[in-house]
Design a protein around this ligand. Structure first.
Ligand code: NAD
Length: 250
């Protein structure tokens, strides 16, 4: 039987990029998947259709995770229709780039609300049910920048640094309930978040030169670690940050 057969996973921001690859990989491992999106229903529906083609259940559900009211509405509907979530993947994130002195308050609030507050309140909703069930997985898509500063997006680095301690706080309190809580920390990965900057060949070459593995990752390089963390084989891994960055942090 597949490792995640009979389990329901919710992946935030799963219409494209790393979240999309994670949703598809979890389905390949047997999970039914809730595909969360904030704006583009078409992309989420396409991911859900691919999952259904694997004979899994899938549902695309709209929620802007920067708004707690949206998170509660999403969880209320998901719990009514699917029952509780066994695997939560907090993937949604934004990365506005600017000089430290140029960020405004609205951008500060948007980054913290999407990357950190959203992940916290999704996890809070999921953990309550996981605690009752005695089994659960919370996996946050953090970044190697939870450890090292970016130099180009201070707010993003700060939000991911917060995500590191958020994960460890939750792991310390909730691992006793059969729940594991971990971060995967991608390095440079080709998605819409960096498509514009990487389209400059000189910038791309500079990024690649810093990566010991010598290339930029694809979303499919990140997803298998999430599927592994979701499985029973990873039951003793909790409170960990797993770097999937071709050695970029070194
Ligand atoms: P992406 O921009 O393609 O994906 C981000 C996803 O989050 C999109 O689907 C977007 O619609 C969604 N999203 C944004 N705000 C949202 C909100 N308020 N509510 C719900 N969904 C929202 O980029 P990606 O690279 O796939 O990013 C996924 C995660 O990976 C992010 O958390 C990002 O920080 C992390 N990450 C990416 C890289 C990289 O190099 N691509 C490196 C490290 C970490």
């Amino acid at each position: 039987m597949s490792a995640l057969h009979g389990k329901t996973a919710l992946v935030t921001g799963a219409g494209r990029g790393i979240g999309r690859a994670i949703a598809l990989d979890l389905a390949r491992a047997g999970a039914d998947v809730i595909v969360n999106y904030s704006r583009s229903q078409e992309q989420a529906d396409e991911v859900a259709a691919q999952i259904e083609a694997m004979d899994r259940r899938a549902w695309s559900v709209q929620a802007d995770v920067s708004r707690k009211a949206d998170i509660d509405r999403m969880f209320d509907r998901v719990e009514a229709d699917f029952g509780s979530i066994a695997v939560l993947v907090n993937n949604a994130g934004i990365e506005p780039r600017a000089d430290v002195c140029d960020f405004d308050e609205a951008t500060y609030d948007a980054v913290m609300a999407t990357n950190l507050k959203g992940a916290f309140f999704c996890a809070q909703r999921a953990l309550r049910k996981m605690r009752d069930a005695g089994w659960g997985r919370v996996i946050n898509v953090s970044s190697l920048h939870e450890l090292t500063p970016t130099g180009f997006s201070a707010l993003y680095g700060m939000s991911k640094g917060g995500m590191a301690l958020m994960m460890r706080e939750m792991a310390k309190s909730y691992s006793r309930y059969g729940i594991t809580i971990n971060n995967v920390c991608p390095g440079a990965t080709r998605t819409d978040i960096n498509r514009k900057v990487l389209s400059d060949p000189a910038y791309e070459a500079k990024v690649i030169a810093k990566i010991p593995a010598g290339f930029i990752a694809e979303p499919e390089d990140i997803a298998p670690a999430v599927t592994f963390l979701a499985s029973d084989a990873a039951r003793y891994i909790t409170g960990a940050s797993i770097f999937i960055d071709g050695g970029l942090w070194l």
